[in-house]
Ligand binder design. Sequence first.
Ligand code: AMP
Length: 462
Amino acid sequence: MTAFLDLGLAAPITRALTDERYETPTPIQAQTIPHVLAGRDVVGIAQTGTGKTAAFALPILNHLTKHQKRAERKTCRVLVLSPTRELSGQIVDSFKTYGRHMRVGVTLAIGGVPIGRQRSALANGADILVATPGRLLDLVNNGALRLDHVEILVLDEADRMLDMGFINDIRKIIRQIPIQRQTLFFSATMPKEIEELASSMLRDPARVAVTPAASTVERIAQRVVHVDKAGKPSLLAETLKNENIDRAIVFTRTKHGADKVVRQLEQKGIPATAIHGNKSQGQRDRALSAFRNGSVRTLIATDIAARGIDVDGISHVINYDLPNVPESYVHRIGRTARAGAEGVAISFCDGEERAFLRDIERLIRMSVPATDRNGQAVAETHSAPREHPRNNRPDNRGNSNGGKNGANRKHRRRPGGQRPADAQGQRGNAPQGSAPHNGEISSVAFMQGRRDNGRKDVRNAR
Ligand code: AMP
């Protein structure tokens, strides 16, 4: 097993890792860091929770310590683009943590807060700038920043950028960055649009993939409760009271739904707080810190707001609404079971959501056991059929043809089960996980305590 010391990182960085008690690189780190140190572009198929932030942050810090120079005024040497304000803040924190024994300037530029301070922070230049795309373009358009000195570009959570409609902004930004640069590109999934974006941005990239999905899923005690829509509020209150919960994230499909759930819980005397895109940055920060410090144990979130939030000790994920994109289920339940912990995921499924449940079960290749509201197993009269209509080999876990069968195909459904042409004209039925093969491929599984290296087929790597 590789140790951090074997990777050849500079002493101030390994010292910070010792401070943090990181002993062994995670698979995405072990695979990515040597390529980045060698100056190569990288495509990493990995999601939050795999250690991907350090996978790019450590070699970038190494580059800055090896090539020390002052950033010029109104420029940055490293640009990290991330889709959400929360994730951007966490990336800044990671750079500061790993760079604590170095002199390195890290600046954050996100929307939802006044731009003035960000302009002045950039006036003297930044070694590392972490930004959301919209605010970055504002700063460039205002003349507060030039991108012609970027040496390393990181695009994090590219598929989320696509979901959030940032792709055109990204293209505008890239046009202003020198072609002679190193580019590190991370995405949890590889739909066609993202693949095209990657090939337009990267030069002969090394390809790395990790498989948190199946391994995470296996460590989580999942169950589904079939309930009418009208019965969900009381079921949630009951679950929060009866379960042995340290911290719970409750997912709703819409922002409006999140606020409604908070009100319903408060009426029943259960404190809860919501985090979603309509909240101001201050409200989001307060909600998150209340959740982190344990003063509020229940956070109600939408998928996008929750993406990238790094809070340890989440014992329960509750899907108040089932997601219509099956991959979101895996992202959601992965909020628990972090850092090797085990977690509980409870899904509430009403009649209209049964098709979503079927899609999820195909994706994770297992049935989610149905229980009553007390957690007792019930006969699965409501549950999804177990056959795999587009895949007659339900036991094909190790099948190298994984990308072609229905189980690996991304799709989103509307309530009621019909498959739309595709709500946003994006993604549609693009085959998933079918990473291109024009670069070097290494696929590893991040099992948090259990490794399963050596599966060579990236298409099975999710
Ligand atoms: P990320 O996927 O970057 O969000 O990281 C997930 C979590 O894993 C964060 O809380 C990191 O602090 C932690 N982490 C990252 N790398 C390591 C490592 N090599 N050893 C232990 N913990 C790590």
